[in-house]
Design a binder for this molecule. Structure first.
Ligand code: NAP
Ligand code: GLV
Length: 309
């Protein structure tokens, strides 16, 4: 019998096992490696990988990521013929869109400033602009970047986008590649990073990039901690080149106690909760992709292992 092995959150495993039993009884759902014959496992669904486990799955064909990103999976452990598929599901998209809209509004309305004024017992004002007077630029125009831009446009922000190959998005001017990065950055009052973490994008949020933003711009990083060069961010905030940063991701996670980001008045931190894989919705995306695997059809969200996303 064909089996799928789930690793990680046991509660999620049990829930998904029940949904598979109802909707896809032809595939055995294993909640742990000890729950069945590992030679039957053709599909693995995981957030991170255990090297020992991969070696015990001789018939593995597809690795499904619990998340939208795949950088947390050490693909060097996975034989090259195994296909890798990231998670595309409405729960991640909806929560990410909410977060980006909230973060953009908080920075737009100077909330970090007011929080620190409150802590200091002060009652002072910053200038109030309209969303239509503020440009938000999104780096990464995939599933999450495009959905976030739509909400930002509805919020009345001026919007720009940037990606590797470019995109056509009604109401958002889009830029592509290294040659157009400067033109894009030069207009962004708020920059949102929604890139995958790859060899090309690691450390992209650096001093060099910050100096290409308008003075006083703000940063929202909802992608991965590895995109950000931390000392460069501190320097840019302290010099006034950047005004605020809202960071949902860090490297490592959790950030160690005493890290300077925790107490920085211009930084707002959240613990990697921007876009959340929802147990109730993601299982249906997984089942749809397992059906595609069984039918030999293209997956939704297959990763190009060479490109890294
Ligand atoms: P996606 O659909 O794969 O889109 C990736 C986008 O990034 C594409 O537009 C791609 O350009 C662009 N890109 C990749 N490499 C690039 C480069 N070197 N230069 C310029 N653009 C580049 O990814 P997604 O589903 O939107 O997710 C994006 C990332 O969000 C994930 O990889 C993950 O790290 C992060 N994430 C974070 C959370 C959280 O809770 N904080 C939750 C979910 C996801 P092309 O269109 O030209 O290919
Ligand atoms: C979360 O970070 C994800 O990649 O889905």
């Amino acid at each position: 019998m064909t089996a799928i092995l789930h690793t990680g959150d046991p509660e999620r495993g049990v829930l998904w096992q029940g949904v598979f039993a109802e909707q896809m009884p032809e595939v055995q759902f294993l909640c742990s490696p000890d729950a069945g014959a590992l030679q039957d496992v053709r599909y693995l669904i995981a957030w991170t990988l255990d090297a020992g486990l991969i070696a015990r799955l001789p018939n593995l064909e597809v690795l499904f990521s619990i998340g939208a990103g795949v950088d947390q999976l050490d693909l060097s452990l996975v034989p090259p013929h195994v296909r890798v598929v990231r998670m595309i599901e409405s729960g991640i998209t909806t929560t990410m869109v909410e977060y980006v809209a909230m973060a953009a509004l908080m920075l737009h309305r100077d909330i970090p400033f007011y929080l620190s004024e409150q802590r200091e017992g002060r009652w002072s004002h910053a200038d109030v602009l309209l969303c239509s007077e503020r440009t938000v630029g999104v780096m990464g125009l995939g599933e999450l970047g495009k959905a976030s831009l739509q909400r930002l446009r509805e919020q009345d922000f001026r919007t720009l986008g940037w990606s590797r190959s470019g995109a056509e998005i009604e109401g958002t001017r889009c830029y592509s590649g290294d040659e157009q990065l400067g033109a894009f950055l030069g207009q962004c009052d708020i920059l949102v990073c929604l890139l995958p973490l790859t060899d090309e994008t690691r450390g992209i949020l650096s001093r060099e990039l910050f100096t290409r933003l308008p003075r006083g711009a703000s940063l929202i990083n909802v992608a991965r901690g590895g995109h950000l060069v931390e000392p460069d961010l501190l320097e840019a905030l302290d010099s006034g080149q950047l005004r605020y940063a809202m960071l949902d991701v860090a490297d490592p996670e959790p950030l160690p106690a005493g890290h300077p980001f925790y107490g920085h008045p211009a930084i707002m931190l959240t613990p990697h909760i921007a876009g959340v894989t929802r147990k109730d919705t993601a299982v249906h995306s997984l089942i749809a992709n397992v059906r595609r695997a069984l039918a030999g059809e293209p997956f939704e969200g297959e990763v190009d292992r060479q490109r890294g996303y």
